[in-house]
Design a binder for this molecule. Structure first.
Ligand code: AMP
Ligand code: ZN
Ligand code: FE
Ligand code: FE
Length: 311
C-alpha cells in the first residue's frame, strides 16, 4: 500500500520534531508523501521542502489556519501553497504579532493570579518563536504549579478559564482567499470539531463548498472505519474532495503516530492524486508527480492491509 499523511506539525508551530526530523521520519516509515501543515505559519516549509529534495518522498507545502467559527472549531488546511506568497506572508506576520501580544496578556493574567511564571519560561518549552497555550501548560507543569498539562488547561488556560485571552482568528472567506491566492487548495480539517450534528453537517458542507472550500479531511487519527466511510460519503455528496492525515505532533501528542489514520492504517495515495487533478484544473498546471494518475478515493481504500512500520 502506497501511503501518505496530509496533516503533520513541526516545531514551527506546536509539534516536537523539526521539519527536517519530520521528513526523515516520514521517509523512514515509507510514506510516499507528507504534508507539513503548521498552525497559522509557513515558517517550517522551506526547511521541510529542502529536506525532502534528496529523498523519494514528496513534501506537500501546507498550513492549518484557525478560522473564526461557531459552534465548534474550524481548522482550514491549505495544501500546495506557495510559502513565499507576499499576501499570505504579510497576513501571517500580523497574525503572529497578535499572538505574541495575546501570550503577553495571558502571562500577565497568570502573574496577577500569583503564579510565578515568565515569558522566558514559556519560550523555553517551544521549539520556535511561535508560542501558545500548550507551551504555557508545559511551563506551569514543569514548575510544579499544576500537576499536569490538563490541569493547567482546566484551571487557567482553557477557553473561558481564569487566564484565557481569545486568539485572533481569520474569517473563513479570508482564509479561503489566502490559500487560493497562494495557489493552494482549501480543506476542512477534522470535521467532527465543527461540532455539528450529523444531520446538519451535509448542508454546512454544501455551504462551505459554495464558499470555495475544495475538500474535507475524511481519514483522521481519531476516526474509525465507520466514521471514515460516513465522511467519505458526505464529502462525495457535497462535491468535496477527501484528504487524510494523522495530525502528528510528535511527543507533544504521543498517541498520534505519523502515517496512521483509522488506528494503524495509512491514508491512501489516491487522495493526493485527486487533489493534484483539482489543483491542475484550477490553476492551469500540468498534473505532476508519479501519483498523478486518475484514481478516485473509494471505500475500497479502507481494505488496505499493510501499514507503515511505525504503526
Ligand atoms: P493556542 O493556539 O495557543 O490557543 O493553543 C491551542 C492548543 O491548545 C490546541 O491545539 C490544543 O492542543 C490545546 N488546547 C486548547 N484547549 C485545550 C483544552 N481545554 N485542554 C487541553 N488542551 C487544549
Ligand atoms: Zn497543533
Ligand atoms: Fe487542527
Ligand atoms: Fe493539526
Amino acid at each position: 500500500m502506497q501511503s501518505i499523511d496530509l496533516h503533520a506539525h513541526t516545531t514551527a508551530s506546536d509539534g516536537s520534531l523539526t521539519p527536517t526530523e519530520l521528513i526523515a521520519l516520514a521517509a523512514e516509515i515509507g510514506l510516499r508523501a507528507v504534508a507539513v501543515t503548521d498552525h497559522d505559519t509557513v515558517d517550517g516549509l522551506a526547511e521541510a521542502l529542502e529536506a525532502a529534495r534528496s529523498l523519494s518522498l514528496e513534501c506537500v507545502p501546507g498550513i492549518e489556519l484557525s478560522i473564526a467559527y461557531h459552534p465548534g472549531k474550524l481548522h482550514l488546511l491549505g495544501y500546495f501553497i506557495d510559502h513565499s506568497h507576499p499576501g499570505l506572508c504579510e497576513r501571517l506576520r500580523v497574525l503572529k504579532e497578535n499572538r505574541a501580544r495575546r501570550n503577553e496578556r495571558m502571562i500577565a493574567k497568570m502573574q496577577a493570579l500569583g503564579l510565578p511564571i515568565t515569558l522566558e519560561e514559556v519560550a523555553a518549552e517551544a521549539g520556535s518563536e511561535t508560542l501558545g497555550r500548550p507551551h504555557m501548560a508545559l511551563a506551569l507543569a514543569k514548575k510544579g504549579i499544576v500537576a499536569s498539562v490538563q490541569e493547567a488547561f482546566d484551571r487557567y488556560l482553557a477557553d473561558g478559564a481564569l487566564a484565557h485571552v481569545p486568539k485572533e482568528k481569520i474569517a473563513l472567506e479570508e482564509g479561503i482567499a489566502l490559500i487560493r491566492e497562494a495557489g493552494g487548495l482549501a480543506f476542512v480539517a477534522h470535521p467532527h470539531t465543527l461540532k455539528l450534528a450529523d444531520d446538519a453537517l451535509p448542508a454546512e458542507l454544501l455551504r462551505l463548498r459554495e464558499m470555495g472550500v475544495d475538500g474535507m479531511e475524511c481519514y483522521y487519527s481519531q476516526y474509525d472505519p465507520a466514521r471514515i466511510l460516513q465522511f467519505l460519503q458526505m464529502a462525495r455528496e457535497a462535491g468535496l474532495l477527501a484528504s487524510g492525515g494523522s495530525d502528528f505532533h510528535g511527543a507533544a501528542k504521543p498517541l498520534v503516530r505519523l502515517g496512521c489514520v483509522d488506528g494503524d492504517r495509512p491514508a491512501p495515495l489516491a487522495l493526493l492524486a485527486a487533489m493534484k487533478e483539482r489543483r491542475a484544473e484550477r490553476y492551469g498546471l500540468p498534473v505532476s508527480g508519479s501519483s498523478a494518475q486518475t484514481v478516485r478515493p473509494s471505500h475500497a481504500s479502507l481494505s488496505c492491509a499493510s501499514a507503515p512500520p511505525s504503526c
